[in-house]
Ligand binder design. Structure first.
Ligand code: NAD
Length: 233
């Protein structure tokens, strides 16, 4: 990387898999696909079930530690000035921060935050609690509160900020993501369709659904492969 380069890193569930947090693809919760529970329709139909699911995810995420891939990204960012590195994660688990990464952008929200389900204007707040049926949290406005995460069927957070960062990046590196969850999976395609060269790189266990948009694909566990890819940059 020369002085003018700007790197956009996109991480997905695969980077946390070796810490012990299951990815969505190919796993389920009580026999149901995650996409069915991390879903606005599930919330509308059965908020108690959705809170039970997220309470268990909170419990799991509290018990795990960041792995070598999270630390590799935190160390890499330390070696660059802040305006040359943007870390955008689809993960809600907080493991990038636990590894020391600063200014992490959570495009799908944060597991350990809660907010009003009616968006009454009250701010989201830090919350590690688990909620059982019959004791769901309520906002001062009277509406139910929900996990501050983006569900299937909803728009990710602050896509205008993401767009500004994509506009100025010269290297795009995706790590541990299946390339199948939209609209995030389309970031790399947007870069390839615009004017100006952007190097696009991928690190993950298997080829992603959007593989054709990547210049370099490095297959393997993020903990084993990522540090070397960053070193070469
Ligand atoms: P995904 O489940 O669709 O895909 C995960 C990808 O990671 C797969 O392609 C898998 O092959 C790969 N992978 C598994 N182990 C890996 C490893 N050790 N190293 C590198 N790659 C590995 O995940 P997604 O693309 O992030 O999209 C799913 C959605 O669910 C996202 O919104 C994501 O944030 C959310 N999610 C988050 C968490 C979390 O916060 N940790 C966990 C599960 C799902």
């Amino acid at each position: 990387m020369d002085e003018s380069m700007h790197i956009f890193v996109l991480t997905g569930a695969g980077i946390s898999a070796e810490s012990g947090i299951p990815v969505f693809q190919g796993t389920s919760w009580r026999g149901r696909p995650h996409a069915e529970l991390a879903n606005i329709h599930a919330w509308n139909a059965d908020p108690e079930l959705v809170w039970e699911y997220y309470s268990e995810r909170r419990r799991r995420a509290r018990e795990v530690q960041p792995n070598a891939a999270h630390f590799a990204l935190a160390n890499f960012a330390e070696s660059l000035s802040a305006n040359r590195f943007f870390l955008c994660t689809q993960n809600v688990d907080g493991l990038h921060e636990a590894a020391g990464s600063k200014n992490v952008f959570h495009v799908h929200g944060c597991l350990f935050e809660t907010r009003c389900a009616d968006e009454c204007g009250q701010l989201a707040f830090a919350d590690t609690k688990e909620y059982a049926a019959g004791s769901l949290p309520r906002c001062v406005c009277g509406a139910l509160q929900r996990p501050n995460v983006c569900w299937f069927g909803e728009q990710p957070y602050e896509l205008d900020r993401v767009q500004r960062e994509l506009d100025q990046c010269s290297v795009f590196l995706a790590v541990g993501t299946s390339g199948s969850v939209q609209p995030v999976a389309s970031f790399v395609a947007m870069l390839k369709q615009r004017r100006g060269p952007t190097r696009t790189m991928f690190v993950g266990l298997e080829r992603p659904a959007n593989a054709s948009y990547f210049d370099d694909i490095h297959l393997g566990k993020a903990s084993a492969v990522l540090a070397e890819v960053l070193r070469r940059l």
